[in-house]
Write a protein that binds this ligand. Structure first.
Ligand code: G6P
Ligand code: ZN
Length: 583
């Protein structure tokens, strides 16, 4: 057996290694500096403490972006040197973020071992490649991101780090071939287990959904399907699940071969960046598609986000989670016993609130960030949750789950069409959404993103909006001067959340202007960018009258958009006359 020694390498701290909500994200050129990644990994081991590191079983994988392969070798050698017992690596280092969560919770090694944590190598929906982003985050034994207590400790450790441990004599692992290799270090045996990336995740999906009924839908000549992984890791899982297991045609997969640079694209599933899918689904303004598929979906780089489309029809993420929640008990076996509760992030539209009220479900409004849902789920208070930022998921894991969302929609379509696949008209995605609006009312919704604006300008804009909140009368005077046809502002605040599970309080989670008719304007700064600042403006208007639910959303929201832009002095503070992305 190959043996290795532990070498202690002297190092000095790097500035700015503070992990954000989704780990540490920086340009590749920052990460490849000597000792940069090593410092962060050692700081993580030190923060976890010997109890959680010695003898541990760690998953190390990610979305396959540039630098992942090198990072996997480095982390593996550092894990060995720190006394970790085994490292589990998805084949080729590829595991979507939800698949990592599933592996941590569900996989049992050949020797009966269970994972105790995971390093996920991803910068999610940020572009990849030598000049773009890399990222790393640590997830705990529940399969969810490390809590703030740990991430703060990691950061503290990075500011004082003096040395890191790395195995000397441990060869690079061949991550392209599955199998276990064993080595011997000063603290005993160390195993590297390279395993099939999809098997465990697939097993979990099969325990949640009725695969035969989805298969029947996918094989019906009436139905057609398209999935765009934007060259992210979801492509690997999609091929296995949609094509090999569920019988979709191989041609339904677009950009499903993972690439280190995501083909030069921005792997974020929205109407701007998922161009090919948008064109195929007949939603492009410049290209006309004669016969789009009935259903289309896209994922982000690490496969936790999703966008759902029908033929020439966009489903807003806020509607998507509401519709899944409204249909889950009937259409998805995992939920047949009922829902424990539902939750959305604050800027997500109130479509889910209406469903929760109607079905008498526990409901939670949390700040942006999946970790808030995780707490509720660990406490058994929430089954389904979602965010306007194209994230949807359930308590089957502790991350949002792009493929789960697609399977949820396919389940609803299969259920609604169970008697229609022979004769009768197909109930389409658009039919399901319109029926939902008729029952529950429609939340017109749009989000304007101003990406990479100056951080100072963004801060000033936010400060201006907070200052305005000191007088609602003044706000209403300004608004009436802009548009007389919008209702009155009745409440303004900065959203604050007290976690019902651990009692922790999160402040300054977005600036809100709430209107008498239920409309809302929300402003917040993105927490996931790696350069400058990104301002997000969320605009929402509720319409109960079923004769008024069929309008174009940009047209319906135009008055509120105008108010939001002028009230915030958007152009003045950002120098931008238009947003980078509208969803
Ligand atoms: C990540 C988190 C989500 C969150 C999103 C917000 O994707 O996992 O829970 O909604 O970031 O991003 P933003 O850029 O708006 O801070
Ligand atoms: Zn992601």
């Amino acid at each position: 057996m190959v043996t290795f020694k532990v070498s202690r390498v002297d190092t000095t701290p790097f500035e700015g290694q503070k992990p954000g909500t989704s780990g540490l994200r920086k340009k590749v050129k920052v990460f490849i500096q000597p000792h940069y990644l090593q410092n962060f990994v050692q700081a993580t081991f030190n923060a976890l403490g010997a109890d959680r590191v010695k003898g541990a079983t760690l998953v190390v994988s990610g979305d396959g972006r540039y630098y992942s392969k090198d990072a996997i070798q480095i982390i593996t050698k550092m894990a060995a040197a720190n006394g970790v017992r085994r490292v589990w690596i998805g084949q080729n280092g590829l595991l979507s973020t939800p698949a990592v969560s599933a592996v941590v919770r569900e996989r049992v090694g050949a020797d009966g071992s269970k994972a105790t944590g995971a390093f996920i190598l991803t910068a999610s929906h940020n572009p990849g490649g030598p000049h773009e982003d890399f990222g790393i985050k640590y997830n705990m034994e529940n399969g969810g991101p490390a809590p703030e207590g740990i991430t703060n400790k990691i950061y503290e450790n990075t500011t004082a780090i003096k040395e890191y441990l790395i195995a000397e004599g441990l060869p690079d692992v061949d991550i392209s071939t599955t199998g276990v290799s064993s080595f011997e270090g000063p603290e005993g045996k160390f195993d590297i287990d390279v395993f099939d990336s999809t098997s465990d995740y697939l097993k979990l999906m099969k325990s949640i959904f009725d695969f035969p009924s989805i298969q029947k839908l996918l094989s019906s000549p009436k139905f057609s399907f398209c999935y765009d992984a934007l060259h992210g890791v979801a492509g690997v899982h999609a091929k296995r699940i949609f094509v090999e297991e569920l019988g979709a045609d191989e041609s339904s997969l677009v950009n499903c071969v993972p690439k280190e640079d995501f083909g030069g694209g921005h792997p974020d599933p929205n109407l701007t960046y998922a161009k090919e899918l948008v064109a195929r689904m007949g939603l492009s303004k410049t290209h006309s598609e004669p016969n789009p598929p009935e259903f289309g979906a896209a994922a982000d780089g690490d496969g936790d986000r999703n966008m759902v489309l029908g033929k020439r029809f966009f489903v807003t993420p806020s509607d998507s989670v509401a519709i899944i929640a409204a249909n889950a008990v009937q259409a998805i076996p995992y939920f047949s016993g009922g829902l424990k509760g539902v939750a959305r992030s604050m800027p997500t539209s109130a479509a889910l609130d209406v469903v929760a009220k109607h079905l008498n479900l526990k409901f939670f409004e949390v700040p942006t960030g999946w970790k808030f849902f995780g707490n509720l789920m660990d406490a058994g208070m929430c089954s389904i949750c979602g965010e306007e930022s194209f994230g949807t998921g359930s308590d089957h894991i502790r991350e949002k789950d792009g493929i789960w969302a697609v399977l949820a929609w396919l389940s609803i379509l299969a259920y609604r069409n169970k008697d229609n696949l022979g004769e009768g008209n197909l109930v389409t995605v658009e039919d399901i959404v319109r029926q939902h609006w008729t029952t529950y009312g429609r939340h017109y919704y749009t989000r304007y993103d101003y990406e990479n604006v100056s951080a100072d300008g963004a801060k000033e804009l936010m400060a201006h909006l907070v200052k305005l909140q000191s007088s609602i009368d003044e706000v209403n005077k300004i608004i009436k001067g802009i548009r007389s046809d919008v209702s009155n502002v009745v409440h303004t605040d900065e959203f604050e959340y007290k976690d019902p599970v651990d009692g922790s309080v999160s402040q300054h989670q977005g600036i809100r202007y709430l209107f008498e008719d239920g409309s809302r304007l929300v402003f917040r700064l993105s927490g996931t960018g790696s350069e400058g600042a990104t301002i997000r403006l969320y605009i929402e208007q509720y319409e109960k009258d079923s004769s008024k639910i069929g309008r174009d959303s940009q047209e319906a929201l135009a008055p509120l958009v105008e108010v939001a832009l002028k009230l915030s002095k958007m152009q003045e503070y950002t120098g931008r006359s238009a947003p980078t992305v509208i969803t």
